[in-house]
Ligand binder design. Structure first.
Ligand SMILES: [Zn+2]
Length: 167
């Protein structure tokens, strides 16, 4: 469970517990504002080539040292596809022409609470694979010989991809 906010991000006053909209929320009596604790949307990218899938070894927690699909959190003012293609470029060096919706998963994490992960498929990738940003390594793996993948949601996405005949 994500820790609750103690202070108002606007005025710095102590927040109190309050019930509104059918859920328990934090409330600032000075600003008269409730603070929602919504899940953060993240993106995971499927980059597939000749029956191989591009994975990155994570430099940071959560799941540090395990393999994962390239991805991360959405920034302000970008779409989920833009976020995915930006993360792909940052972590693997590859550029993609397009991205399309693939699947969605909800994960429970200790530090970040619930995370909503949207998987997209990258299409028309170009460039040379090289690990960057928070990836220790970036490598294509034969879809039949995958390493241990840390995130359950990513395993679910890849399983679905394999089931679809990995096209
Ligand atoms: Zn306030």
């Amino acid at each position: 469970m994500k820790p609750k906010y103690k202070y108002c991000p606007h005025c710095g006053r102590h927040l109190t517990d309050d019930s509104a909209h059918g859920v328990k929320l934090r409330y600032c009596s000075a600003c008269k504002q409730h603070f929602f604790n919504n899940p953060a949307p993240g993106v995971a990218v499927l980059a597939v080539k000749d029956g191989k899938i591009l994975l990155v070894k994570r430099k940071l927690d959560p799941m540090k040292g395990t393999w994962a699909m390239p991805g991360g959190f959405m920034d302000q003012h970008e779409t989920i596809v833009q976020a995915g293609l930006r993360e792909l470029k940052e972590e693997t060096g590859l550029k993609a022409k397009r991205g399309s919706f693939f699947d969605i998963a909800t994960l429970e994490t200790i530090k970040l609470g619930t995370v909503l992960v949207i998987a997209i498929k990258a299409e028309g990738t170009t460039g040379v694979v090289r690990a960057g940003d928070d990836a220790l390594e970036a490598k294509y793996f034969d879809i039949k010989k995958l390493p241990f993948i840390g995130f359950i949601g990513h395993r679910k996405f890849i399983k679905k991809l394999v089931k679809q005949g990995n096209k």
